[in-house]
Design a protein around this ligand. Structure first.
Ligand code: NDP
Length: 296
């Protein structure tokens, strides 16, 4: 497979962040409004700290305001709900992201459910999930699946009519909204999961194969239909024979790349899209709050 068949999510995400920065500047000059993203981190989880730092950095680089709230891991659910209520009411805040996972004394569903749907830039609130499913109202769409759709449509065009898509994974944050987005783009969609009878056989039917499983290199090259577009959402850290660690996806990349028409690498595929789409969602929220149409 030639390198032109590698889907460069890093470059695409950089382009998207550039367009976001332009829309931020336009909103500022038109309405005097600067989009603001509030990120709430509870506890000391090292991976979450890295994500939050990257989100804040890229928010500022796009010309937006970043509000960081770091709370101790002893924080009660009531305290967190009170902070979300304060952010819901703050006109400078257009997007609220509560970093998951939360400490065990806090019910994540209750917290996510308390975020004002218009400011729910992660799109995890049931109101936004319902809007995505029914087409009623304007949803905030979860960032990772929307990032996958943008990469796919850049390759295959906006209309996926006639394409068979298989999504492996049925989580609320990736698999289910991904399937919904593909359906919205007219693909014929199968959702596979741990109870699927013949997973390799299902995958071999896919013109579009989305892997969102969390199992290192589970999807083998001979599960991929020749010419298929493969989007690997998985991020797994594995130990190398030299005793170091490296990141791999859910797809056995080098085998699959021999067969696929196009494929995302890990790292450098879907990963960089997530924050870029988060910023785009926050800007969309700010445009809506200012009474403007969604930015193109
Ligand atoms: P979850 O653990 O919530 O869901 C995993 C899904 O995979 C489940 O639906 C599960 O099925 C299915 N699954 C597990 N094992 C198998 C198997 N052997 N065969 C078939 N299906 C299986 O994970 P997430 O959706 O949150 O994340 C998936 C991956 O994507 C992870 O590697 C995660 O790190 C990565 N990720 C990457 C992001 C990014 O920014 N690039 C953002 C979010 C996630 P069942 O429901 O039956 O248990």
């Amino acid at each position: 497979m030639s390198s032109s068949n590698v889907i460069d999510g890093k470059a695409f995400a950089a382009g998207l962040r550039g367009r976001v920065a332009e829309k931020v500047a336009e909103l500022k000059s038109q309405k005097g409004v600067v989009p603001g993203l509030a990120v709430v981190l509870v506890g000391e989880d090292p991976a979450s700290q890295v994500y939050v730092r990257n989100k804040a950095k890229q928010t500022l680089e796009a010309g937006m305001q970043s509000f960081e709230h770091k709370l101790p891991d002893t924080t009660t659910q009531d305290d967190l709900l009170a902070l979300v209520a304060q952010l819901n009411a703050d006109p400078q805040v257009h997007g609220i992201l509560v970093q998951l996972p939360l400490p065990k004394q806090i019910d994540a569903n209750a917290v996510i459910g308390s975020i004002e749907p218009a400011k729910d830039v992660d799109g995890f609130n049931v109101v936004n999930a319902g809007r995505l499913m029914t087409g009623a109202g304007k949803p905030m769409v979860p960032c990772t699946p929307l990032g996958c759709l943008l990469l796919l449509q850049d390759r295959l065009g906006k209309d996926l009519s006639g394409k068979r898509a298989v999504v492996v994974g049925r989580s609320n944050i990736v698999g289910k909204p991904m399937a919904q987005l593909l359906l919205g783009a007219n693909a014929t969609v199968t959702i596979a999961h741990s109870r699927t009878a013949d997973l390799p056989g299902e995958c071999r039917n896919a013109d579009i194969l989305i892997a969102a499983v969390g199992r290192p290199e589970m999807i083998k090259g001979d599960w991929v239909k020749p010419g298929a577009t493969v989007i690997d959402v998985g991020i797994n850290r594995i130990e190398t024979p030299e005793g170091k660690t490296r990141l791999v996806g859910d797809v056995a990349y080098s085998e699959a790349a021999e067969v696929a028409g196009a494929i995302t690498p890990v790292p450098g595929g879907v990963g960089p899209m997530t924050i870029a789409v988060l910023l785009a969602n926050c800007v969309t929220s700010a445009y809506r709050a200012a009474g403007l149409d969604d930015p193109a």
